[in-house]
Design a protein. Structure first.
Length: 122
């Protein structure tokens, strides 16, 4: 093999391995971002569904316990709930149940949920 062939082969191998290394790095970043997003979506889904189930009288005994458990479970700095009548007009034309509102911040994103809370379950 001539010297020039060896130099070309080494150069091509170096360029190929550099490109492969860069692609693997990007794949790792995408995988990590995907994992973080999956955890965030899962957490938001649980918090939302547990709020609704608590309003239905299942899962937690009341919304204070929901708030406390979710704060501890997901290390939330802010999570709150209130009767939606405190900040908006609520119609009881078709339903006698109270409308409750839940809000939390997860990874600098505000999330909120509304659910009817049966007066009979209070």
């Amino acid at each position: 093999m001539k010297l020039i062939d060896s130099v070309i082969l080494i150069t091509v191998c170096f360029l190929y391995s550099t490109g492969l290394y860069g692609a693997l790095g990007q794949m790792k970043q995408i995988s990590e971002k995907s994992r973080r997003l999956e955890k965030e979506i899962s957490a938001n889904r649980f918090i939302e569904q547990s709020f609704r189930k608590t309003c239905e009288g299942c899962l937690y005994k009341d919304l204070n316990q929901w708030q406390s458990e979710c704060r501890n479970m997901y290390n939330l700095e802010y999570i709150a709930w209130c009767n939606a009548e405190e900040f908006m007009d609520v119609s009881y034309e078709n339903c006698d149940d109270l409308l409750f509102y839940g809000i939390w911040e997860l990874n600098d994103k505000k999330c909120e949920v509304y659910s009817r809370y049966s007066i009979n379950k209070k």
